[in-house]
Design a protein around this ligand. Structure first.
Ligand code: ACO
Length: 424
């Protein structure tokens, strides 16, 4: 028998049967029975905003899959560009498809010289994420054809551009912040190597990154590439549903990622570990969190009620990086914090586990990235996910996002002239 729920309006006694399809019930049926009665769900905790075939998460079991492939297998065997292809096109590429996709991305890595010029208008201590949001938005003015969102070929051009230019824009914010000359992309390097070259190259003719660090960056890019309907991806889809061009929608997604409850959390983790300062302070810090004095950054997740599978992979990868660059002194505090929290009733009962951000910042810092760059490092790979969702949303001809509200303001009242208003 097909599964369903029955909804009864107790005011009228009328009922409808709503079938459960793919784990959801249709709001259209609800609306037929209850016109003008809205499903109240702040933060969309219980709302499926769309149907998507890109990423699967089972938060209870700690499972994450891109297009059906477990994240652990992709992390072990794949590369970021292969994963970006998978997210966008639904299948892993064969050798010819991967070569062609890699070459397409590689030929789009350069940015217009004017982008460099307006970067120079930022204040010397501008946050790189603030600069990135502005740079991405500005790209829409360089590619006016991007407005033709109904044309799949035009869409694919912008997708390639955004994936390819993100590392260039990201590195440019760092070079500007540190007063160093901008480094042009090197098309002979892989995606991750090229990014490291644009970040760190000085006077050497050809930058050579340590292969272990290149692999670590590529791995982190794979792990951050998509995470279904998170805050920034939802933003991408919502802004995209108004048929805004992809650069404007992507800038909005970057802005959402900038928030400390989302992509800004890895920066917050590092600041938290630094402020704790010493292992001996961990119990007092955890006690303060339990008393409501702040949150344990990098812990908890709206969907995962188990160890975030990405955190497990990153925790392991951290040791490979530390072998090359030396151990991050904050690691011991992080490990003690995790051990203390995972044994504490407060965190156990709320099912709060380390999320992707708990260990990623430690790797980034050990590799020499300034803390302000952490969220930028998240935005680079997440662009593949944002683009895959944007494309999927447009292909499905989704309606403009326009939720309802429960109005709780004043009832209708007459305008009061200013001289008749209460002085207080
Ligand atoms: N530290 C301490 N307590 C916490 C934490 C935390 N990190 N996270 C949740 N809680 C507590 C809440 O206080 C609440 O307790 P209560 O029931 O006694 O009031 C309970 O756990 C449920 O928390 P909510 O805020 O309802 O959970 P929500 O799903 O809305 O929030 C979020 C998820 C935002 C990730 C939250 O866990 C958090 O703030 N974590 C810290 C920031 C962070 O690491 N963000 C990165 C998320 S991953 C990503 O975006 C890439």
């Amino acid at each position: 028998m097909p599964e369903s729920v029955t909804i009864t309006d107790n005011r009228t006694g009328q009922s409808i049967e709503d079938p459960i399809v793919e784990g959801g019930v249709s709001a259209a049926e609800w609306a037929k029975l209850l016109p003008g009665i809205w499903f109240y769900d702040p933060g969309f905790s219980a709302t499926a905003e769309c149907e998507s075939a890109i990423t699967y998460i089972d938060g209870e079991a700690g499972v994450l899959e891109y297009r059906g492939y477990p994240i652990e297998e992709l992390a072990e065997h794949s590369t970021y560009l292969e994963v970006a292809y998978l997210l966008l096109k639904g299948e892993l590429p064969n050798q010819a498809q991967l070569s062609s996709f890699t070459s397409d991305v590689t030929t789009h890595t350069f940015i217009h010289e004017n982008v460099k010029r307006f970067l120079e208008g930022f204040h010397y201590d501008a946050h790189p994420m603030g600069m990135l949001v502005s740079e991405v938005a500005a790209l829409s003015t360089f590619y006016p054809e991007a407005k033709h969102i109904d044309d799949p070929a035009v869409r694919m051009d912008q997708i390639l551009r955004l994936i390819a230019k993100m590392p260039t824009l990201a590195a440019a914010t760092h070079r500007f912040s540190s007063g160093k000359p901008f480094v042009y992309p090197d098309d002979t390097l892989s995606f991750a190597e090229n990014f490291l070259s644009m970040m760190w190259k000085t006077s050497e003719p050809h930058f050579q990154a340590d292969p272990a660090l290149v692999r670590a960056i590529d791995l982190l890019f794979i792990l951050h590439a998509d995470h279904e309907q998170n805050c920034s991806t939802t933003t991408m889809r919502v802004v995209g549903s108004a048929q805004a061009d992809p650069y404007s929608a992507c800038a909005a997604a970057c802005a959402a990622l900038y928030g400390p409850l989302h992509g800004g959390a890895n920066e917050a983790v590092l600041r938290m570990l630094t402020s704790i300062g010493d292992i001996s302070e961990v119990p007092a810090f955890v006690q303060a969190v339990k008393e409501g004095k702040g949150r344990l950054q990098g812990f908890g997740h709206r969907v995962y009620k188990n160890y975030d599978p990405r955190a497990k992979i990153i925790r392991k990868a951290a040791y490979d990086v530390f072998e090359v660059v030396g151990k991050n002194p904050l690691l011991d505090i992080a490990l003690k914090l995790e051990e203390t929290a995972l044994a504490d009733e407060y965190f156990i009962s709320r099912r709060l586990y380390p999320n992707v951000d708990f260990y990623s910042g430690l790797i980034y810092q050990a590799m020499g990235f300034p803390v302000e760059m952490f969220t930028v490092l998240f935005a680079i790979p997440r662009t593949a996910g944002w683009m895959a969702h944007w494309n999927e949303m447009l292909e499905s001809k989704q309606k403009i996002a326009r939720p309802r509200q429960l109005y709780s303001g004043s009832p209708t009242r007459a305008y009061v002239p200013i001289e008749a208003r209460d002085a207080e």
